[in-house]
Design a protein around this ligand. Structure first.
Ligand code: FAD
Length: 503
């Protein structure tokens, strides 16, 4: 644990990208900031690891908003860091492969044309659906800028008026699930599978999530050097403006006095006072573990307990001695649909479940030794899969857990041979991250990869909390998960703290 002062203006709990964004912007404005991170490196999910010359990203396949005017670029510009990172513009957003289709998603127009050729009987529905997606994405942009928490009374009234009278698509689809909307538009199950796998939330998630993606920018960027490079540049933003990052520093408690946050207590029992606390930690943990139920209303606690979490992930990272370029791949990540049924794709049946195949070393050759390549297989599997992955009663991971992880990985590798023939015979290195490990690395409850589950009509938590001087930044709050969203979330939290500090 680092040698820390006993008092700061702001303590940020967690060095995920949302926490780092808040910390860096507050430090730049002259506040004395500590970011306390329990892990051994900054970035949260947005990290890379090295093994035998291979670099593997834990999360982050594509990042939106890295162009001038986008939230990532603008934040880095504000922190004077745009020269410290190189974003590679990707050739396509994704490539979706299934029974009788192989589609590269580059723009909404190209997607519409390709799908109409494949499914001519559904042409009218394709145009109508994508038209609604475009309109909804425009509405969402107008509703989300600026963040509701930063608006005064007149601004908030304006927002309500915009929602009631200027957002017909949001009102129409906000309370509906993706599955419901796709069923209404399309008879062809493969179209539902294609649209429904643009984002890995599944058919039960709120429809506007998928529609907003489809109606917006479809092709993102990749940080040269991998996800870790992105975490490092945001860390530099913190430290170059005088903020401190303390790694291996776990917060055990948020100190509360007279209903307001006054600092934190670390696991070693030491206390650090602060005027403000920003939590980048999991939404449940922040309140139920760090604040404590005794400081919260029973209604709020009930809501936290009853709100579902997003599903966790299972990631197999492989170093392979294959020439993937010669095999026809270009680094575009592949969604490999092995069923036409969206419900089956988001089931736990390994032969049919959601799978993406990433080949990041084709984007950035420094990620694999010469003549080698990286392949990552990603699927969504729950925390409680097969009896909590064979975890022992005392919570430890025994031989059974390892065997189970190996078996799941083995099945996914065999299935991925439908795309990369011979894959299993060319593995040089293999790493597995199961839901239990996702939880261990980030303390996100049950390894939830995307914060709260975005149920239709669900509530989005804001940066403000019921505890005075405690704010939240990151995927568990507005505007939601992904780097594109947690950076604005971190910005909002920083702006609210600054407004408070200056008032
Ligand atoms: C497999 C996968 C693929 C993804 N793909 C993409 C993608 O392609 N594009 C994209 O934009 N997004 C993607 N995401 C989502 C994106 O990575 C996350 O939404 C984002 O990184 C979350 O950032 P965050 O700021 O909320 O913090 P998190 O990454 O959740 O980090 C929280 C941090 O807080 C720390 N912490 C927690 N509790 C404490 C405590 N008590 N004391 C001290 N520290 C604590 C944790 O150790 C962690 O470092 C993906 C996620 C996953 C898992």
């Amino acid at each position: 644990m680092a040698n820390l002062k006993d008092k700061y203006d702001v303590v940020v709990i967690g060095a995920g990208i949302g926490g780092l964004t808040s910390g860096a912007l507050l430090a730049k404005e002259g506040l004395d900031v500590l970011v306390a991170e329990q892990g051994s490196k900054p970035g949260g999910y947005c990290v890379s690891s090295q093994r035998d010359g291979f670099t593997f990203d834990t999360a982050v396949d594509a990042v939106m908003g890295c162009e001038k005017g986008g939230p990532i670029y603008d934040t880095l510009e504000e922190l004077a860091l745009t020269n410290d990172i190189d974003f590679i513009k990707l050739a396509a957003g994704t490539r979706i492969i299934g029974t009788g289709y192989d589609i590269s998603v580059t723009s909404i127009e190209a997607l519409a044309n390709e799908l109409k050729k494949l499914f001519p009987a559904e042409s009218t529905s394709i145009d109508a659906f994508l038209g609604d997606c475009k309109a909804l994405a425009r509405e969402m942009e107008r509703l989300m800028e600026p963040a509701p928490d930063l608006l005064g009374l007149t601004g908030k009234l304006g927002l309500i008026v915009r929602f009631l009278f200027g957002s017909p698509k949001m009102r129409k689809y906000g309370g509906k699930s993706a599955g419901e909307v796709l069923n209404t538009f399309f008879k062809e199950p493969r179209l539902r599978a294609i649209f429904g796998t643009i984002l890995p939330f599944g058919p039960a998630a709120m429809a506007p999530l998928i529609m907003n993606i489809l109606g917006g920018e479809l092709v993102g960027y990749y940080p040269r050097g991998g996800a870790g490079a992105l975490a490092n540049v945001f860390t530099k933003g913190l430290t170059k403006h005088g903020g401190e990052l303390a790694l291996k520093t776990r917060v055990a408690r948020i100190l509360i006095k007279n209903g307001q946050a006054i600092g934190v207590e670390l696991v070693d029992g030491s206390r650090i006072k602060s005027r403000y606390v920003v939590s980048n930690a999991d939404g449940r943990q922040t309140f139920l573990n760090l604040v404590g139920e005794q400081h919260l209303s029973s209604k709020f606690v009930r809501e936290l307990r009853e709100t579902s979490l997003s599903r966790s992930s299972f990631l197999v990272s492989l170093g392979v001695d294959l020439d993937l370029k010669a095999m026809g791949f270009d680094g575009t990540s592949i969604v490999y649909n092995r069923s036409d049924d969206l419900n089956e794709i988001f089931s736990t049946d390994l032969t049919k479940c959601y799978m993406t195949i990433r080949m990041h070393s084709l984007r950035d050759s420094s990620q694999a030794p010469e003549g080698m390549a990286t392949v990552q297989l990603h699927t969504m599997l729950p925390y409680d899969y097969m009896g909590n992955w064979g975890r022992e009663k005392d919570g430890t991971l025994g031989r059974e857990s390892t065997e189970m992880e190996e078996a799941v990985a083995g099945k996914l590798i065999a299935l991925a041979e439908g795309i990369i023939p011979g894959l299993s015979e060319h593995i040089v290195v293999k790493d597995i991250i199961s839901p239990l490990a996702f939880e261990r690395y980030t303390l996100n409850s049950e390894g939830a990869t995307m914060g709260w589950f975005p149920a239709p009509g669900g509530k989005m938590r804001s940066q403000k909390t019921p505890v005075k001087n405690l704010y939240q930044a990151g995927a568990w709050t507005f505007p939601g998960p992904s780097i594109y969203m947690v950076v604005p979330s971190g910005r909002n939290a920083a702006q609210i703290v600054l407004n408070e500090a200056r008032s």
